[in-house]
Design a protein around this ligand. Structure first.
Ligand code: NCD
Length: 361
């Protein structure tokens, strides 16, 4: 079993390390993450490797013999899907990804019916899972919990990998991977992902998907980030500081219509009112300018795409759904394949998948 170099640090020391250092400490010898916790763990080479693997897996999965091969890969492993925050897509896509690779799954979706209700600490719960399972996929309210648990497990006798499936308002690295995979597939025959303008619209203060995606997009040349939101819902200064450090160009605005014609991708998000500090806080903000419909889509380039991590409310009107530029349903399915690739890579299955692909396609 892998021993992470994270064990050389106390939790306080580890937590204070720069993201880049943490990323290296959480990596396997091949450079891919052992624990997938934040977007900064992926450089261009790792993103490309995962996307290529996802595309091969989806080809292989088209046939019965291909599915039999894929299901044999991790037949000997079990995964705990520990989701204490609501989820449909991320839960189902991870569940499906496990099924594709033959992993059997267990799940906790409500801490109130686990021993946490009896006062067990999160640390003890996670160590309990690590006694029965070989992988933990977790979604929590709490920023940094997956990271702390990875450190706890790294010190234990069964240091199994953890995949962060959404941590509070902070990060959602696998959503960012599926977003990049979608962008890559959309632009691969049209000059690639470099030199693109990306509009992020909606609740950028509390939406974790945009935080992870803007991070991952730093791996591509000359991306222009346009953050479109009502002032109280604008992107955090920490993200702008990071863009500044990396010399990336960005615009912070509340004028969606002005920038729609310049966008190559428009990434809509929902108002995350579950984080409201007082009842009706979000409802008092005028968000009417941060919605799109078929009429407004006419302002977008014919080659631009419309994305959304889903679930949506009314920020994308249903009359957009039949527009060929609406990518959100495909985005969701891409999520299943990139998560399958990530789990396969976590357990070092790439070379067997590549060999099968070479022999059969
Ligand atoms: C997102 C999330 O949970 O952050 N959903 C998802 O994983 N597809 C976005 C959201 O809830 O608005």
């Amino acid at each position: 079993m892998m021993k992470l170099r994270a064990t050389e640090y106390t939790w306080e020391q580890f937590e204070a390390l720069p993201m880049e250092t943490k990323a290296e400490l959480l990596a396997k010898p091949d450079g891919m993450p052992f624990c997938t916790l934040f977007a900064q763990q992926f450089n261009r080479e790792r993103i490309d490797a995962l996307c290529d693997l996802a595309t091969k897996i989806r080809q292989i999965a088209k046939t019965r013999s291909g599915m039999e091969f894929l299901q044999s890969l991790l037949f000997h492993k079990r995964a705990m899907i520990y989701f204490t925050q609501p989820s449909s897509r991320t839960f189902l896509s991870f569940h499906s990804a496990c099924q594709i690779l033959g992993l059997r799954t267990g799940e906790v979706r409500d801490a109130a019916i686990s021993s946490e209700f009896k006062g067990e600490t999160r640390e003890d719960s996670i160590r309990t899972f690590s006694s029965y399972f070989d992988l933990i996929i977790m979604r929590t309210q709490e920023k940094g919990l997956a990271e702390r648990m990875s450190w706890v497990l790294a010190k234990s006798e069964r240091p199994i990998p953890i995949i962060n499936a959404g941590s509070g308002k902070d990060q959602h690295p696998t959503q960012a991977l599926l977003d990049i995979y979608t962008l890559r597939r959309s632009f691969e025959r049209r000059g690639g992902l470099a030199n693109r303008t990306i509009l992020y619209v909606g609740d950028l203060a509390r939406g974790r998907t945009v935080r992870s995606l803007s991070n991952l997009l730093l791996n591509y040349d000359n991306i222009r980030h346009v953050f479109v939101a009502a002032e109280p819902l604008q992107i955090g200064q920490d993200i702008l500081d990071m863009l500044d450090r990396r010399g990336a160009s960005y615009v912070v605005t509340d004028d969606m219509q002005k920038y729609l014609p310049e966008a190559d991708a428009v990434y809509m998000t929902r108002i995350q009112d579950e984080w409201d500090r007082s009842k009706g806080e979000s409802a008092r903000i005028d968000t009417s300018k941060f919605k799109i419909n078929a009429n407004l889509m006419r302002l977008m380039k014919p080659s631009a795409i419309l994305m959304h991590p889903l679930p949506r409310r009314d920020e994308i009107a249903t009359d957009c759904d039949t527009d060929p530029r609406a990518m959100y349903w495909r985005q969701m399915r891409n999520g299943m394949w990139i998560r399958t690739a990530l789990i396969a890579s976590t357990f070092d299955c790439q070379s067997r998948i590549e060999a099968f692909f070479r022999d059969n396609f």
